[in-house]
Ligand binder design. Structure first.
Ligand code: ZN
Length: 648
């Protein structure tokens, strides 16, 4: 078994992998000042972006939850990989040939990656080979039923190819033999979920089925969805990959790889119900369509979607006159049954800001996008999506449909049922708006409806307006205490001294080329805040800003992080990503000089105070020489500070 990846190769991977590209596959990034990008943190729930990436130093940091690191740690965290797997995954992408060290001798071996079942890269490779195998089968002699299924739904050969649709042959071991022929072990096949395990060994999981490759956001196949084709098949209509290290059904969205760009651009995502609906929607020009795979749309799906939308709705989901809302739109096209509605409501939990962004598009005849495209063409699919109604409206009107509004009894019943729904809308102006709409939909006086809504509200107790949990930290001020380094006490972010000291470290990490040489003359006591002092010590240990000038960018930050104790390294990352208030190219030099000067000024001021206090404690009569020396020392520091201030 091969051991560690060689250090040089890890560095080469870190160097070549473009962090902004890797992160962008999961998070929509927007410019945040020169050389800096930000987006919604994928590691905690937030609505205001505090996740920063600084490509020049190859680092990321979230000022909300305190997570941060380099491109490798990002991949580790986001994909739940080990360090080795993450490096191998990235090496694959950027074309670095990895060499391994034998763990016992430390000598490099020419051997490839470990042959260990369950390794992510191997599983992805197995899926790639399987997808190729299945799509190759679709046009073979045994796949007539599969081709007929597609043709009946108006999908032709090029459509099948665009989505990678394939056919899993009948029989028990066609795929298995194919994969074994390509060198995959039995253990790998089991770990991949492509085979099932029975009494007498393993056999193909998908047999005699039409299969869709399910890809992750980066386009790697991580599982399959398979539809039954034959009468004699006793299995379920749809069968998916089981939970594996690659495939987590609570997060997987079919079509996300194809839709992600359109979702980010149009700030809209359309959730349809099945594989054929995704195909039909995309082929009809609705390129934001995705579907869950064998499960209802849930909170984890919502997180994935919101990240791609780059959702930054700040207020209470402002409703525009047109019915559109600010921020992204999430549109569900499920058939209008109660289960579907509940799923949509539940998906965003208690947070009504997302209800306000949630829309429902239901075809009156109950047709799904696939049926609709067949029956009335692509325009009808686009019209279905364009005709979306807000979730609140949809839920209320669905309730009203249970009543005969032509009778007094029906209207009273409708009002009693719908009023609590309106009362539950927390946004005050939206609640009023829906009360008015409800009056119109039932055909009642607005005041009467508002009274009933008021009664429903008080019946359900006082408005429980829970304060929104918003881990918001002013990015320029650093993390709140204990967030990233519980071991070190963090200063009060409002403390002006701590801020100046912090800024000096930030510029030394980000702009060593602009840092005046005087910075490297600072002693180990130049920083008053213990945590900052530790970062400064790491900078000194790494060779000071002078070394930073030579190394530059990510290598410099990496060198400092390496010198930092475990509890301090996250601070180094955070500071290397922190936004700088003044980072325009033409003034950054002056800004850096100012910060370092302010820091030196602080240090001198502290020493002056120390010297004065010492003088006060000395008795000039008792020991005139000592007193005179101390006095001259004070004068010298004061003169130094004066010179410094004059140089500004
Ligand atoms: Zn975060």
């Amino acid at each position: 078994m091969a051991g560690l990846i060689k250090r040089d190769d890890v560095d080469a991977v870190r160097d070549r992998a473009r962090i902004e590209e890797i992160v962008s596959a999961h998070v929509t990034l927007k410019p945040a000042g020169v050389g800096s990008l930000k987006g919604l943190c994928p590691f905690h729930d937030e609505r205001t972006p505090s996740f920063h990436v600084r490509p020049a130093v190859g680092r990321w940091h979230c000022f909300g939850c305190g997570e941060g690191g380099d491109v490798i740690s990002f991949v580790q965290k986001i994909d739940g990989m080990s360090f080795t797997d993450a490096v191998e995954h990235l090496a694959d992408r950027v074309g670095v040939e990895l060499r391994y060290e034998d763990s016992r001798t430390g000598a490099a071996t020419g051997r490839g990656p470990r042959e260990e079942p369950g390794r992510r890269q191997r599983l992805i490779e197995a899926h790639r080979v399987a997808a190729e195998f299945y799509s190759g089968q679709l046009f073979g002699p045994g796949a007539q039923a599969a081709r007929a299924f597609l043709a009946e739904r108006s999908f032709d050969r090029s459509d099948a190819e665009r989505f990678g649709v394939g056919y899993a042959p009948t029989g028990w071991d066609a795929l298995m033999r194919h994969l074994q022929g390509r060198g995959f072990t039995q253990a790998e096949l089991v770990a991949s979920g492509l085979v099932s395990q029975g009494q007498r060994g393993i056999y193909d999981r998908f047999r005699g089925r039409l299969v869709w490759p399910i890809r992750d956001v980066t386009g790697a196949v991580i599982g399959f969805g398979a539809r039954r084709l034959y009468e004699e098949d006793q299995g379920p209509k749809y069968l998916n990959t089981p939970e594996t290290t690659l495939y987590k059904k609570a997060q997987v969205l079919y079509g996300i790889d194809l839709a992600k760009r359109a979702i980010a651009q149009q700030k809209r995502v359309v959730i349809v119900e099945g594989y054929t609906d995704v195909m039909a929607a995309h082929l009809s020009g609705v390129e934001t369509a995705v579907a869950t795979c064998g499960t209802a749309f849930g909170g984890d799906h919502a997180k994935v979607v919101r990240r791609l939308l780059g959702d930054t709705t700040a207020g209470g989901g402002l409703q525009l006159a047109s019915g559109a809302s600010l921020g992204g739109e999430v549109i569900f096209t499920f058939d209008g049954d109660a289960a579907g509605q509940k799923a949509a409501v539940r998906a965003f939990g208690e947070d009504q800001r997302f209800h306000a962004q949630t829309f429902v598009a239901v075809e009156p005849g109950g047709m799904d996008p696939c049926d609709l495209r067949m029956a009335r063409g692509p325009e009808a699919v686009r019209a279905l999506v364009d005709g979306r109604v807000p979730l609140f409206e949809f839920v209320i009107r669905t309730t009203l449909r249970q009543f005969d509004l032509d009778t007094v009894e029906g209207r009273v019943g409708a009002l009693r049922s719908a009023a609590p729904l309106v009362a539950g809308i927390r946004d005050r102006s939206m609640q009023l708006g829906y009360a008015r709409s409800l009056a119109r939909w039932i055909g009642l006086d607005t005041d009467e409806v508002r009274r009933e809504v008021g009664r429903a509200a008080s019946a359900s107790g006082p408005a429980t307006r829970r304060p929104e949990r918003r881990p918001e930290v002013d990015a320029a001020q650093g993390p709140a205490s204990g967030m990233s380094t519980p071991v070190l006490a963090m200063p009060d972010p409002r403390d002006p001294v701590a801020r100046v000291e912090r800024q000096a470290l930030v510029v030394a990490l980000q702009y060593p080329q602009h840092v005046p040489a005087a910075f490297d003359d600072l002693g180990e006591d130049a920083f008053g805040v213990p945590a900052w002092r530790a970062v400064h010590a790491a900078i000194r240990a790494a060779g000071g800003a002078g070394t930073g000038r030579t190394l530059g960018g990510g290598a410099w930050v990496e060198a400092v992080a390496e010198q930092a104790p475990e509890a301090v390294a996250p601070l180094v990352t955070e500071m290397s990503v922190a936004p700088v208030p003044e980072d325009r190219e033409e003034v950054i030099g002056a800004y850096v000089a100012d910060v370092v000067r302010a820091l030196a000024d602080l240090g001198l001021t502290r020493r002056i105070a120390d010297a004065k206090s010492r003088l006060q404690r000395l008795d000039p009569a008792a020991d005139p020489d000592v007193y005179r020396t101390a006095f001259e020392h004070l004068l010298a520091i004061e003169a130094e500070r004066r010179r410094l201030r004059e140089s500004a």
